[in-house]
Design a protein around this ligand. Structure first.
Ligand SMILES: C[S@@+](CC[C@H](N)C(=O)[O-])C[C@H]1O[C@@H](n2cnc3c(N)ncnc32)[C@H](O)[C@@H]1O
Length: 285
């Protein structure tokens, strides 16, 4: 079962304690544990819109696509590139912008098969994503919240994962322990290139993100993962399209052309970067 332990009040950062189906802080702020076991720690005042993050439809499309296991090679790549001294029993993992929970759930299952018990927390700003995640896997602590202001104390985790998400490095650094690791997973230059060639009249030049480095982290390992997979129905193709930004960015003509496809072989081109939290120098006077 998920523990929902060691979390902080999103209003005043005081520690939260659990009283049956409620988390509360010493100043009287309370947060109900939902029927499916997640907690909403995104106060109204921190919301930029009424229904932030991925919509119900996007979450359903992502879940349908990921459940086909086309992206399982990414789970394998994460686990095989994880620095070995760090992937040990009891490691505390946080997935920031976890979506509907596929990766955190698959990582937990695979490690459990290897007899490595880990503690997992997933957070997303979309209540639809967290609702789906909390139905998918009951062994994870699932939270609605924002990467911009994480409802957790400092040093809470040993690893932060941010997969195709919206990193907030100061917050990731704060919640990571002394030698904690950060994993960024992003798409590479050829990711879904066959689909993009149909959707767009020309392909933009690829720009590496964070090429100047990160203030709070040192890069320890960079790995590219490329594989192909086949979608053999229009429904599968639309599920994939609906979980990508292309659904909003592509032209009407591009989307219409994709609607004519019965099947497509696609390239997945993924970039994994592992960082270690920088140790802050203490100035002795
Ligand atoms: C492209 S999806 C990736 C989801 C998941 N990591 C995956 O790879 O399946 C990006 C996710 O980030 C979430 N998101 C957007 N802004 C966020 C924020 N400020 N804090 C946390 N999550 C956020 C969205 O709701 C969405 O679920």
């Amino acid at each position: 079962m998920s523990t929902l332990e060691n979390l902080s009040c999103p209003i005043d950062a005081a520690p939260l304690s659990r009283d049956e189906r409620v988390l509360k802080c010493e100043h009287g702020h309370t947060y109900d544990v939902a029927k499916t076991g997640y907690v909403n720690l995104l106060p109204v005042q921190n919301k930029r819109s009424k229904d932030p993050g991925d919509s119900k439809e996007m979450v359903a499309a992502r879940q349908a696509f990921l459940n086909q296991q086309h992206y399982f090679p990414i789970v394998n790549a994460i686990l095989s590139s994880w620095p070995k001294d760090h992937l040990v029993k009891g490691v505390r993992i946080f997935d920031a912008g976890c979506g509907e929970g596929y990766y955190l759930s698959e990582i937990g299952k695979t490690l459990s098969d290897r007899d490595i018990a880990i503690e997992r927390t997933g957070l997303d700003i979309s209540k639809w994503a967290i609702l789906a995640a909390s139905k998918r896997d009951k062994t994870v602590s699932w939270l609605v919240g924002s990467n911009a202001s994480l409802p957790m104390p400092k040093d809470r985790f040993d690893a932060v994962l941010c997969l195709f998400g919206f990193p907030v490095f100061t917050e990731f650094s704060r919640v990571l322990s002394g030698d904690g690791l950060l994993l960024l997973v992003e798409s590479g230059s050829d990711h879904l290139i066959e689909l993009r060639k149909i959707l767009y009249p020309s392909i933009h030049e690829y720009k590496q993100t964070f090429s100047e480095g990160l203030a709070d982290f040192d890069l320890v390992l960079e790995q590219a993962e490329t594989f192909t997979f086949t979608l053999d129905s229009q429904i599968q193709i639309q599920d994939l399209l609906s979980m990508t930004p292309h659904i909003h960015k592509a032209s009407y003509e591009g989307r219409e052309a994709v609607k004519q496809l019965d099947s497509i072989i696609l390239t997945a081109d993924i970039k994994l970067r592992w960082y270690r939290k920088k140790i802050k120098e203490v100035n002795h006077v």
